[in-house]
Design a protein around this ligand. Structure first.
Ligand code: CAA
Length: 379
């Protein structure tokens, strides 16, 4: 057993930290207030290799392990969880899904551009009536010769208007329930594909969340990933890895809030001494540090299992449910440590508190993670 990060991991950490400080921190408050997508910053993240970190270099990826990806996600999320959700979806849902299950032609055509950050991808599973209950897909794809006709609506799609390529889950044979679900690669400019309203959100306001409408969109058969009926397994397998990314995001939100609280507690004085010398604050910091360390161990363990080729379904669900609850607890306490300053935008922690909430909801709510965990341990 070895808890030491390698030199490569430390280099990734340094690069991500430096990027977050120099490129994401300026204007992060303005982007949140104006719900403005970090276009320029995401472009630079692509240039630096953060958008396809685990993809094989032959498809323009970084060829790194999942631990490196989690380390980068943590550092980016300390400063800007809106940028990190785009990074997470592109890396662990879209690129991973395509690399693992796509055909060589699909990889050459789409993965090479997604991994380099030239274009962004989106993962389209959720629907107005199929969030947690993901098997209840209403979007349909009907085979007509050499193409499918795609119809339906997707909801809460990250990178909704900024993506160029969308992995769309749809029902191809309703009589087979979840075994009749398939997955398709859809391009944004295809006729009948409309990007719907942008959501006005509590947190991760700089991220680009939309509903999408498909009306008689013609999708060539060669854009189906895997066989017909493989779509639900594709979604579940992809989300198992995606959840490690979101757990790392939650960890980053928690560590960002903690680091700011630690620094602030040494500067702010009450009753004649820094608040870090009051036991009430010391205990809060101690709890934050302990929870963050525990979450990091779970996140890195899940990433390590994935890198070893072992089953990581249980570990990723545990990492996500725990890290997202830590993100919520720690960010609420960070606002409390900052007192009145914590309640205003300038001090960042109120934004981290708002951003933390979504980590308990997307890529499977905390309740869904508990279903996954309990089914595994009771098997
Ligand atoms: N890994 C692999 N396979 C899984 C799985 C997992 N974690 N969970 C379920 N499956 C498989 C089951 O083994 C089963 O396969 P078989 O039929 O071959 O045996 C199949 O999926 C159906 O599973 P269940 O019978 O258990 O179906 P269910 O309806 O009772 O429960 C669920 C399924 C686990 C609740 C699933 O619907 C689920 O995970 N829901 C949450 C969906 C989700 O995470 N959505 C997030 C949206 S994406 C997003 O947020 C991205 C973004 O933009 C940020």
């Amino acid at each position: 057993m070895n808890f030491q990060l390698t030199e490569e991991h430390l280099a990734v950490q340094e690069a991500a930290r430096e990027f977050a400080q120099s490129e994401l921190l300026p204007e992060v408050i303005e982007r949140d207030t104006e719900a403005r997508f970090p276009h320029e910053q995401i472009e630079k993240m692509g240039e630096l290799g953060f958008m396809g970190m685990m993809v094989d270099p032959k498809y323009n990826g970084g060829g790194m392990d999942t631990i490196s990806y989690c380390i980068a996600m943590e550092e980016i999320s300390k400063i800007d969880a809106s940028a990190s959700v785009s990074m997470s979806v592109n890396n662990s849902l879209v690129c991973w899904g395509l690399e693992k299950y796509g055909s060589e032609a699909q990889k050459q055509k789409y993965l090479t551009r997604l991994a380099s950050g030239e274009i962004l991808g989106a993962f389209c599973l959720s629907e107005p009536e199929a969030g947690s209950d993901a098997t209840s897909q209403k979007t349909s794809a009907e085979l007509k010769g050499d193409h499918y006709i795609l119809n339906g609506t997707k909801n809460w799609i990250t990178n909704g208007s900024t993506a160029s390529v969308y992995l769309v889950i749809a029902q191809t044979d309703a009589s087979k329930a979840h075994k009749g679900i398939s997955v398709f690669i859809v391009e944004k400019d295809w006729e009948g594909f409309v990007v719907g309203k942008k959501e006005d959100k509590l947190g991760i306001r700089g991220s680009d969340t939309h509903s999408l409408m498909f009306t008689d969109v013609i999708v060539p058969v060669e854009n189906r990933i895997g066989e017909e009926g493989f779509g639900f397994t594709f979604a579940m397998e992809t989300l198992n890895g995606g959840r490690i990314g979101i757990a790392a995001q939650a960890l980053g939100i928690a560590s960002g809030a903690y680091e700011m609280s630690l620094a602030y507690s040494k500067e702010r004085k009450t009753f004649g001494k820094p608040i870090s010398e009051h036991q009430a604050i010391q205990f809060k910091l101690a709890d934050m540090a302990t929870q963050i360390e525990t979450a990091r161990l779970l996140v890195h363990k899940a990433a390590w299992l994935k890198d070893q080729g072992e089953d990581y379904t249980l570990a990723s669900a545990m990492a996500k449910v725990y890290a997202s609850e830590v993100a919520m607890n720690v960010s609420v306490e960070a606002v409390q440590v900052h007192g009145g300053y914590g309640y205003v935008k300038e001090y960042h922690v109120e934004r981290l508190m708002r951003d933390a909430k979504i980590t308990q909801i997307y890529e499977g709510t905390s309740e869904i993670q508990r279903i996954v965990i309990s089914r595994k341990i009771l098997k």
